[in-house]
Design a protein around this ligand. Sequence first.
Ligand code: MG
Length: 210
Amino acid sequence: MPISIKNIFCVGRNYAQHAQELNNAVPQAPLLFTKPTHSLAEANGREIILPGDQGQLQYEVELVFHMARQYEPGIKVDDLVDQMAIGIDFTLRDLQSELKGKGYPWLLAKGFINSAVITPWQPFTGLKAALEVDFSLDKNGQEVQRGNMKDMIFDLPTVIDYTALHLGLGQGDIIFTGTPAGVGPVLDGDHFSFKLADKELGNCIIKLSK
Ligand code: MG
């Protein structure tokens, strides 16, 4: 990956229809979590190995934004973000439910190796332009998810301000901004194609470990 990445922040339940499909309440403030940098993998056509022995694995397609500089209060998104990508926040859903049930952190269900797959970076051409295009995910040639930033519960400026206030936000940090409805299971050999405005930005094939 040509850009060096520091922190990986993620927003959960940021699209109402996705929160509903998992029977989760819509949060009152951005629901933030992180992944280790070891979770990163690039969707550059290669095979990606993911856990096949820990219950159901699901895909969550998301828009991902890269910070060009240190956050300052009042900074505009267009001055802070320089690149964007489409990513999948891979999730071990059974394990996540088990951990949530015990009141434990989600880390093992969300932060495992190769759980943050992202396409090659694209120049960010501004918030206004980004709001005008859909992002989508095809699995084995069939579209399974489609979203638009307009449907985010907490929009990108709000997510950025909130993250910076509570956790800090600096050059090299990236934010996964949440998934729209349509998450589903991943099987061995599945092919994923990541699209912005119906143009493929990257793809990968999943190999499940035994
Ligand atoms: Mg997610």
